[in-house]
Write a protein that binds this ligand. Sequence first.
Ligand SMILES: NC(=O)c1ccc[n+]([C@@H]2O[C@H](COP(=O)([O-])OP(=O)(O)OC[C@H]3O[C@@H](n4cnc5c(N)ncnc54)[C@H](OP(=O)(O)O)[C@@H]3O)[C@@H](O)[C@H]2O)c1
Length: 305
Amino acid sequence: MKRENEPRLFGIFGYPLSHTLSPAMQEAAFSRLGLKAFYLAFEFNPSEFTRALRGLGHFLLDGFNVTVPYKEKVIPFLDRLSPEAKAVGAVNTVYREGRKWVGTNTDIYGFLTALRRAGFNPKNKKVLMLGAGGAARAAVYGLASQGASEIRIANRRPERARKTARDFQIFFPKAAFTILPLSDERLKNSLKEMDLVVNATSVGLAPGDPVLVSKGLIPKATRRKRILFFDLIYSRRTSFLKAARSRGHKTLGGLTMLLYQGANALELWTGRKAPVDVMRRTLIQSLKAEGNSIGTEKFKKWTRR
Ligand SMILES: NC(=O)c1ccc[n+]([C@@H]2O[C@H](COP(=O)([O-])OP(=O)(O)OC[C@H]3O[C@@H](n4cnc5c(N)ncnc54)[C@H](OP(=O)(O)O)[C@@H]3O)[C@@H](O)[C@H]2O)c1
């Protein structure tokens, strides 16, 4: 157990981790709250991660985040999961409860808060989810819990889409879950009917990535129908969002989600209200320092209190 005046230690586990903005964002928040606390990036390969987590009982950490590829792998090492993390099957935030380690999923809160900030209410809406990995499952859980009426899931490996649909249909019997292939024709037909389209795949992270939804598949926006296209990727302006925008639709990048999942994690660790303004300013500054100014104007608008 730590003494009262000892610094508190937090961190993130992932592989690779070179792109993470979380240390800067969290340390700026600790500093604003007057906390003596640090947040470190642990870029551990799979065997280093397993070795480290076997020693969880002796960790000096007070809490931590987990990112790709460890959001599922961390689960067997924890004492308890929140109901959301259990349903999603992925953990991105771990906190202490006495001597126990509890895993939860603040991506759900981050995703839903980003939608709310963009003026989108999922109730009775139709959604196309591209992807069936950890982030997609968190987003599907969030959407269904907020009353989305129909969720179509398209994934490269269709069995993962089927599993996601099956798992959540049990939790949310009122929503209609269907799966569809990632084929141009089927996507084109679906896109016309959607209120929200989410890219929860990692396609678009790298500059040379293939185009997941080409411009030609997206119907032109009309005065009565504008779809919201949400890409969870936050490090670049993706071709997915560029195509949607060029057809007149609304777009949302992943930065707002990143901010609010982090704010939620900080509140669980410290019991204090997250200084969201400081965190968002730090994200913008960190991206600018990397020569990246993706969508920060909209991000500023949607995250201003
Ligand atoms: N903004 C935020 O706060 C936030 C939070 C979490 C995640 N994210 C972003 O969300 C994305 C997904 O993360 P995750 O944690 O869900 O990762 P994940 O569990 O590894 O899932 C990756 C997804 O991408 C698909 N995919 C990968 N390569 C593909 C390709 N070449 N063609 C088609 N589909 C492909 C996978 O399909 P298969 O199932 O067929 O492999 C799977 O659906 C990442 O870009 C991540 O940065 C953002």
